[in-house]
Design a protein around this ligand. Sequence first.
Ligand code: UGA
Length: 432
Amino acid sequence: MKIAVIGTGYVGLSTGVCLAEIGHTVTCIDIDQKKIQHLQKGIPPFYEPGIGEMIMNNVNKTKLFFSSSHRDGVAGADIVIIAVGTPQREDGSCNLTFLEQAAIDSAPYLEKESIFVIKSTVPIGTNETIQKLIESRFQKKVQIVSNPEFLRQGSAIFDTMHPDRIVIGSENKDASEKIAEMYRPLNAPILITSIRSAEMIKYASNAFLATKISYINYIANLCEQVGADVEDVAQGMGTDKRISPAFLQAGIGYGGSCFPKDVKALLAISKENGINPGLLQETVAMNEHQQTILVSKALQRFQTLKEKRFALLGLSFKPETDDMREAPSIPMAKQLVELGAEVIAYDPKAVHNAKKILGSTIKYADSIDEAFLHADAIFIVTEWGEITNMDIGNLLKTAKSPIVFDGRNCFDEKKIKACDSIEYYSIGKPVL
Ligand code: UGA
């Protein structure tokens, strides 16, 4: 099939590249010409394992094209997929400006038979609004399909090639069958629903996962008070098939461009529809509390943080990405600086993005070793492999004091106990 994908963020680019990989001819379109010029040379706009190689392979096979012109990609396409950003407004609601613009820019080139697919995460009813916009402004009849995306950053290619399910929301049998056909080579379970249910599935899934994280963090904080170990508790809970072990990793809260935004958007939708959003409000409040929990632990330990030097290991919101959006490292670093501490941070990939947010309020180290030097304590913020595999005992010899605040529970008791005179604070576990 001939497919146009509009938007070359994580979702659009991963979708476009993988659809080319399974045999379709795909044009990825973005209004950012610089981004397109880079992509034409095989340079992705963000760090994502495996995506660069897959782009090059498919460009070379003439299966994948990049363009900043809607005409180039949309004219003659069987399917047009919109995957532009839907950022958060100040009141938590969803800003649909990019989506509307993408629809307006594509509409003149839509063919009679082409199907318009919305992959961006959008409030319930948005697909219908976009359909009406195209029909009224361009006098064109268009088949619209809601097809939410569930890929995770850091494993975007794997997730797109091996989805747990594909959700197709459509009121038209032919359109949903055509989209199912497009995905057929992936061999994934396909769920066909109404447009509104598909839109809701995306929010309900993300808000559920975020709530699961806030729940285990709440249990972790309770474990610390009652002398239990949250990892044992999570294992005991997770072996129940109804609960599952996924997303029961206690830590310093969720971040990224999706969970924080989507939970708040669903909260706004609840309010608009007169449904008490109390449950989601607690999810958000718990997450905000958790993001600075290591600072509270440090305050309790040192009384004052003035003139203390702290190493922050990891800055991105999770490993295998350079994305700093809503990363827990941001409020943590800001609070440490406000309390008078000196912060030196290390991250394998996210420093360039971190500098745009934290600037010179903190220092940046080129290696883990450099961050450890003369540190009063080490904060583990993101569980990059390089950080979880480090020889912590040896590295601590260069620190001023062997104190560790681990926000991701990276080390087992045996490894910690083998280190000389270490003081180790983690989340939901006894202090070692
Ligand atoms: C999330 C969803 O997992 C995807 O299914 C969805 O497609 C995506 O949002 C989206 O809406 O586009 P992502 O934000 O890439 O994906 O990352 P996750 O792996 O879900 O992690 C989100 C946050 O939760 C991270 O900060 C992570 O550290 C945290 N987390 C995750 C925990 O604190 N504990 C856990 O057990 C799991």
